[in-house]
Design a protein around this ligand. Structure first.
Ligand code: PA5
Length: 431
């Protein structure tokens, strides 16, 4: 299996010995804190090696609950849905929902917004189709998913009765406490754990991400093998051998040089939700105490026809992190026409992937000329092993990055402010 390639050539000159020392120190601090893990937030570091065969089997058994269903509605928000959705999109068929036959239940998502029409239209779709529910919430009390769960559970009970609805409902939550755990115990629902020492946005490699992936027939063992491979490299305290440390040093150097926005530029729309996962991971982990890079994302080449203008000539406060994919799963070659009216014969015989690659290089050249520094992570191909590496890599980068910025990468106190206001406005008792 091939490894990710991290290209930092263009900016290596940017970081000096002091930044290198800070990155190494932050990596050491992380590993030191992990030994005791007083705040119970560093379980994710070992998730790739702590998953046992019985954990995989438990997840696969839960996934098989839904065999025969047309849909599984995955209810959750933030870290409780983005990772699973990212991998399903990256490895699934782009037009799965339009295909006439499906080899597995389709996973749809709810509870990540409070849009009435979204919920209503989903319920209309489900009225005459078979479905099951996964409710993912570590706290068990998050408003958006709790609202969706009420509606969808009522719908399911109305369709199949309470006993069967209980069988078709799986919850993933804190092992010991919370409203969802209480419900699971009362109703004897199948319940999987979010380990107490793994925070929401670091939970993709637990049942949170793995169950929706398993339902979509993604090889979760290979995903964890990829993460394990990346873990071996990220645990090294030798700067040159540790891709996450080097990457974090480069981002920090760029931040300190006045680049305040990091744009993740992915080479395929299949990584759209990976970008969403990445944005949440970086925004919630680094953006505090009035510090931190603002994480933005574009898809190439789509956004070169919109955001490209700003990137090329707007305020020079940005750098880009390209995530490119080398190989495609399917073959296509641009046909040669006898009459070259569309004037494309000069690239006839090329695959769209080769053309995309040249467009990416062209955009990198243009952006570099426009004084936009570029980091690049190149992924050999979109498969479970590489996705595991990619997810773990960025988790480690953000952990070191947060420590370098001297913020706590594992809390999100700012997320509470809007919730308190909303509860007050809705007159929730106690607010
Ligand atoms: O990273 C985090 O902790 C958050 O983004 C949570 O994942 C998100 O707020 C959902 O929380 P919960 O799983 O408790 O419903």
């Amino acid at each position: 299996m091939s490894d990710l390639y991290i290209n930092l050539q263009s900016i290596q000159a940017l970081y000096d010995a002091e930044i290198e020392r800070l990155a190494v120190q932050s990596g050491k601090t992380l590993l030191e804190r992990k030994k005791e893990d007083k705040n119970h937030v560093l379980g994710w570091v070992d998730t790739p090696i702590s998953m046992q065969e019985e954990d995989f089997l438990r997840i696969e058994r839960a996934a098989s609950t839904f065999s025969g269903c047309d849909f599984v509605i995955c209810i959750g928000i933030g870290g409780s849905y983005l990772g699973g959705r990212a991998v399903i999109q990256a490895l699934g068929h782009s037009f799965e929902s339009y295909r006439t036959t499906h080899k597995h239940p389709q996973v749809l998502f709810a509870g990540q917004n409070i849009c009435q029409d979204y919920l209503y239209e989903l319920m209309m779709l489900l009225q005459d189709r078979s479905f099951g529910i996964i409710h993912i919430s570590k706290s068990g009390t998050t408003t958006e998913p709790a609202i969706a769960f009420r509606f969808l559970r009522d719908l399911l009970i109305g369709k199949v009765g309470e006993k069967e609805a209980d069988r078709l409902t799986v919850v993933i939550t804190s092992p010991f406490s919370g409203a969802l755990r209480t419900l699971a115990n009362q109703k004897k629902l199948t319940a999987l754990d979010i380990p107490d020492n793994v925070g929401g946005r670091f939970s993709v490699l637990t049942a949170v991400g793995l169950l929706p992936m398993a339902i979509s027939r993604i090889d979760i063992r290979q995903l964890l093998n990829g993460a394990k491979r990346m873990r071996e490299q990220c645990l090294s305290v030798a700067f040159d051998k540790n891709p996450a440390m080097r990457f974090a040093a480069a981002r920090y150097a760029l931040y300190m040089s006045g680049k305040k926005i990091e744009i993740l530029a992915t080479s395929t729309p299949k990584l759209h939700f990976f970008s969403e996962w990445w944005k949440q991971l970086f925004a919630e982990s680094e953006g505090k105490q009035q510090r931190g890079l603002f994480p933005a994302a574009i898809t190439l080449t789509t956004d070169l026809h919109s955001m490209g203008q700003w990137i090329q000539q707007g305020e020079r406060s940005i750098f880009e992190t390209y995530v490119t994919v080398d190989k495609c799963r399917n073959n296509l070659t641009l046909p040669l026409y006898a009459e070259d009216t569309d004037q494309l014969n000069y690239i006839a015989g090329y695959s769209p992937n080769e053309i995309n690659r040249q467009a990416l290089i062209g955009s990198q050249m243009a952006h570099t000329e426009g004084e936009v520094p570029i980091l690049e992570v190149s992924v050999p191909e979109l498969n479970a092993y590489c996705m595991g590496q990619l997810l773990y890599f960025f988790e480690f980068v953000v952990a070191i990055g947060g420590l370098m910025l001297k913020v706590n990468p594992f809390d999100q106190p700012g997320v509470e402010a809007y919730k308190v206001n909303t509860f007050r406005l809705l007159k929730r008792p106690g607010y």
